[in-house]
Design a protein around this ligand. Structure first.
Ligand SMILES: Cc1ncc(COP(=O)(O)O)c(C=O)c1O
Ligand SMILES: N[C@@H](CCSC[C@H](N)C(=O)O)C(=O)O
Length: 443
């Protein structure tokens, strides 16, 4: 790396700018936000918003370096800090350093989608390697693992990761990766990251434990602090918050692992574009306030549905079978919940009758969404596998936004009451509560 640009930029703003990061790397001029281990650390709500930049004009918003190439000072002096945006871009670097800070990581990398992040991670695998993962997973994750097992010679074990002993039973010196989600999407099962990480590392210290943190975001969970080696998430969800971009984030503490992952990103060309990097950086600043509001809304809706007899899956409810485990790891319940009606047609009718709740895949957006995972986000898991994994076909997933909670509840009540089979049984405060089990008999 050349030290020219950093020095000249520091001189241009007329102040001393420390340009070396914690590993002694000379940092590029613009992206120099505070890092977790570089001096004072503020509360997360503050760190989300606060960035230090050494921009030559002191721009408050990090500039978008919408440039594919960067001129070099000479033909022989090697590359400057940046030469080509696939390999690195100042806006992307700024975002990556900001994310490393809020994810409590040594290094963060950003790519073009959450699946892109998992693709980069799984390229660490070689034919014959074994992967252990859950039996309730986001459909796209299941699809990629299936592809790797049929085309890449990877052996994938799907086990019930809610019980660490099931992992102990299959882990071996062939296990190179363990992929976890918590809470799982869409069954909201909770996975004990510290126990599984210690079981796996004891069995094979070289095995990598990767956690998909999409459902909670760094606002509510830091898997790296709980023993994970890699944390990744879909930035399309809470991090951006507005469903206006696709992004994937990977965070690690091990520098050598970081270099391997970066190699793949550069070699395959999936690094996040400058504009999307800027947009994601903007979204992250409001993550705290959005998440607080979304969680509070989700809690009210979960309690409302439960009080009307529905089987609700949400870690904010004391009835969640792993309530204590969840709260031993996480700082909040998130804003995704699911519930069952007992009948697929009834669920369809409810989903289609909702007005305020958009029928849409994805979650983490400021707008509230309603979906039927078996027909939508998890349709890539075939019906037989869904049945083997006890995925209720009638399950409805709610991804709660920041709207007025009374409006959300009113809309949901209306949608439920419009369903012909439920009509007449469901109303606020009705003691004769709607019972999904009874409905099955009536039908
Ligand atoms: C838990 C989880 N992980 C990963 C992904 C993949 O993210 P993306 O859609 O950004 O590729 C999704 C959704 O798509 C998801 O729900
Ligand atoms: N058609 C898409 C479905 C994306 S689902 C997005 C999100 N993870 C969710 O759970 O809603 C696909 O084939 O991947």
């Amino acid at each position: 790396m050349s030290d020219g640009p950093s020095k000249s930029k520091a001189a241009a703003v007329g102040k001393v700018v420390t340009s070396h990061d914690i590993d002694g790397h000379d940092l590029p001029p613009s992206p120099a936000p505070s890092t977790p281990r570089n001096g004072r650390k503020y509360a997360l709500m503050t760190e989300l918003v606060y960035t230090e930049s050494t921009d030559q004009y002191n721009a408050s918003s990090v500039p978008i370096y919408q440039s594919a190439t960067f001129k070099q000072e000479s033909a022989t002096g090697g590359a400057g800090e940046y030469d080509y945006t696939r390999s690195g871009n100042p806006t992307r670097t700024h975002l990556e350093r900001h994310l490393a800070k809020i994810m409590n990581a040594n290094r963060a990398l950003v790519v073009s989608s959450g699946m892109g992040a998992l693709d980069v991670i799984t390229r660490l695998l070689r034919p014959g390697d074994e992967v252990i993962t859950g039996d309730d997973l986001y459909g796209g994750t299941h699809r990629l693992l299936k592809y790797l097992s049929t085309h890449g010679g990877i052996v994938v074990h799907h086990v019930d990761t809610t019980n660490p002993e099931t992992v102990r039973a299959v882990v071996s010196n062939k296990t190179t990766m363990v992929l976890l989600e918590t809470p799982t999407n869409p069954l909201i099962k909770v996975v004990d990251i510290p126990s599984i990480a210690s079981i796996v590392h004891a069995a094979n210290p070289a095995a990598v434990v990767a956690v998909d943190n999409t459902m909670l975001s760094p606002m509510l969970l830091n898997p790296l602090d709980l023993g994970a080696d890699i944390v990744y998430e879909s930035g399309t969800k809470y991090l951006s918050g507005h469903h206006d971009l696709m992004a994937g984030v990977i965070a690690i503490n091990d520098s050598a692992l970081g270099e391997k992952l970066f190699f793949t990103i550069n070699a395959s060309g999936c690094g996040l574009s400058p504009f999307d990097s800027w947009l994601l950086l903007r979204g992250i600043k409001t993550l705290g306030v959005r998440m607080e509001r979304q969680q509070a809304n989700a809690q009210r809706i979960a309690e409302f549905l439960e009080s009307h007899g529905f089987k609700v899956r949400f870690p904010g409810l004391k009835s969640h079978p792993q309530y204590d485990l969840h709260w031993s790891m996480a700082r909040g319940a998130g804003a995704v919940l699911s519930f069952e009606t007992g009948d697929v047609l009834v669920s369809e009718r409810i989903v289609e009758s909702a007005k305020l709740w958009a029928i849409s895949v994805s979650f983490g957006c400021v707008n509230s969404l309603i979906s039927m995972p078996c027909r939508m986000s998890h349709a890539s898991i075939d019906a037989k596998t869904r049945a083997e994994r006890n995925m209720p076909e009638d399950i409805i997933r709610l991804c709660v936004g920041i709207e007025d909670p009374d409006d959300l509840i009113d809309d949901l009540s209306r949608a439920v009451s419009l369903s012909p089979t439920i009509f007449g049984r469901f109303s606020n405060g009705n003691k004769n509560r709607w019972n999904p089990r009874k409905l099955t008999c009536v039908l």
